[in-house]
Design a protein around this ligand. Structure first.
Ligand code: BG6
Length: 506
């Protein structure tokens, strides 16, 4: 089924072989992740010829259900949520032959006995245990899988465990969870997911940096003034009030997604493109983030929370009015942070991170801001009209890369204008509808850990945010911003204090 991209002529994963057959056990089968992302991604892998015939997919959860009813519920959901042309009943029927359901409590030995029987009956010893459960079950399930002997690998088959986020809630709990997992299995069997690494544009950062010699020549503190990493969302917390109250934006977005982006931008070239080399460089660079003192952490951060506002002309509630949120909650729904990476390449280059819910636009981008030209020769040009050059890596939406440059406006007088030079994904590649999980699930099945987080990646991420968590414990003040805005005014002041401004959203 290998396919050339019709438009680009490029050969991508579609030319890859199908993954080896395996049984996948999806713990937390009745949750949202399974129906919204995991099963659709498996179905898409089958569509692309990347999932072996004979692959089995078992939902595992405590609710009573049958194989047929479980498969039907998934089919109904996927059919409803796919573009009308992209759901293929025939393809689904052949895929669904491998779908089953195990009714069982995660804490009951009987559940693990039922799993063992399914593996035995499947004809393949390969198994993946996907923990799409509430985080309190991660350690419990891993320990029980180990005790039941289900994590013993042999020449006949692999045993892998995929863990969703949140991976711990601070450095200590992340370390405890890692220690517990590593008692039950080896690091090579653990696949800690960060779905940002499944995004094509995120993976492309490494390809762009390390396959185009051009970039390396200016990728350092001689030419780069600062870096801004933004993940602006328009969604509010909606039904996730309970989760969000105990989590907040810092934990939800920074040590994982935003630090993945920072690592991709700031890491040194790996000696090879293997999992260990890439993950080693990422761990190093996140480990080089300067640990702020309490005072520095407060001075280098802004916490915000959305209040009632308008989005698309409609009134939307403030965070405190959301379901299962305390009326006087000080949980943050927005953060802006400054971090410094203490190594030769980046010394003196601040990395500003900004992320929030209920902002004005959806925009995940990395803006690399260059130092100004050493001398502005153009007489009569207002200096503040000379904007800095940016290299913009647009992660979503409108995926692409562009330079913001200055150019002469045609005409007899010298007028300088800001222009853009860019590459948009959609102009070069035909992208199949995908969930962003396909690559991650496929890589797990073929045993490639490059896009998964190693224990040290996770712990270094928490180590770098821990000073903010500690400082905010006694200073839980939030700055309000109306829903539909670009964050609190304090975030603008925060940048101005450094003589800089945020790159415009959208
Ligand atoms: C999740 C967070 O990990 O990432 C959510 O828990 C957030 O709160 C989401 O909305 C953002 O992901 P994406 O792919 O929409 O940028």
């Amino acid at each position: 089924m290998a396919e050339k991209d019709e438009k680009s002529g490029l050969i991508g994963k579609n030319s890859a072989p199908a993954a080896p057959p395996a049984s996948l056990f999806l713990f937390g089968a009745n949750g949202d992740l399974v129906k919204r992302l995991l099963v659709p991604s498996l179905y898409n892998l089958r569509r692309d010829g990347l999932l072996a015939e004979g692959t089995k997919v078992y939902g595992v959860d405590h609710n009573a259900n049958t194989d047929e009813a479980f498969a039907k519920r998934l089919a109904d959901f996927i059919r409803e949520n796919s573009a009308s042309s992209s759901f293929d009943d025939k393809l689904w029927d052949s895929f669904a032959e491998g779908i089953g359901y195990i009714e069982g409590d995660f804490l009951d030995d009987g559940t693990y006995e039922a799993i063992a029987e399914k593996i035995k009956a499947s004809g393949s010893e390969n198994a993946v245990f996907y923990l799409a459960t509430a985080p309190r079950f991660f350690a419990e399930v891993a320990t029980r899988l180990g005790k039941a002997g289900l994590l013993k690998e042999s020449e006949k088959g692999f045993r892998r465990v995929v863990i969703e986020k949140p991976f711990g809630s601070d450095l200590k709990t992340a370390q405890e969870l890692n220690a517990c997992l590593l008692k039950a299995m080896s690091e090579e069997q653990i696949y800690r997911i960060d779905h940002y690494l499944g995004k094509e544009t995120v993976q492309n950062i490494l390809v762009s940096r390390f396959s185009n010699g051009l970039f390396e020549s200016f990728w350092n503190n001689h030419y780069i003034d600062h870096v801004q990493i933004t993940a602006s969302e328009i969604v509010g917390v909606e039904t996730r009030g309970n989760f969000y109250e105990g989590t907040g934006t810092l934990r939800d977005m920074v040590p994982n997604h935003l630090f993945q982006l920072l690592a991709m931008v700031a890491m040194e070239p790996p000696a090879a493109f293997g999992a260990d080399a890439v993950r080693g460089e990422k761990a190093k660079v996140v480990g080089a983030i300067r640990p702020w003192s309490k005072e520095e952490a407060l001075a280098n951060s802004v916490r915000g929370q959305y209040s009632a506002g308008k989005f698309n002309g409609k009134d939307v509630p403030g965070y405190r009015e959301e379901d299962r949120v305390a009326k006087d909650s000080t949980t943050e729904t927005f953060v802006a942070l400054k971090v410094m990476v203490d190594n030769w390449r980046w010394v003196g280059v601040p990395f500003y991170l900004r992320t929030g819910k209920r902002m004005s636009v959806r925009d995940t981008e990395i803006a690399i801001c260059f130092k100004p030209a050493p001398y502005a020769q153009f007489r009569d040009t207002e200096v503040d009209r000379l904007r800095p050059n940016y290299l913009l890596i647009q992660i979503q939406p409108d995926e692409g890369i562009r330079f913001d440059l200055q150019a002469k406006r045609p005409g007899p007088t010298l007028e300088i204008e800001n222009v853009q030079m860019g590459f948009a994904y959609k102009d070069f590649f035909k992208m199949q509808p995908s969930t962003g999980y396909e690559t991650l699930v496929y890589d797990c099945l073929i045993g490639d850990q490059t896009l998964f987080q190693r224990a040290d990646n996770i712990e270094n991420g928490w180590r770098a945010v821990q000073p903010f968590l500690d400082a905010w414990k006694d200073h839980a003040k939030v700055e309000f911003y109306p829903a539909g805005d670009d964050g609190p005014k304090a975030a603008e002041d925060f940048m101005q204090k450094d003589g800089r401004t945020w790159h415009d959203l959208g």
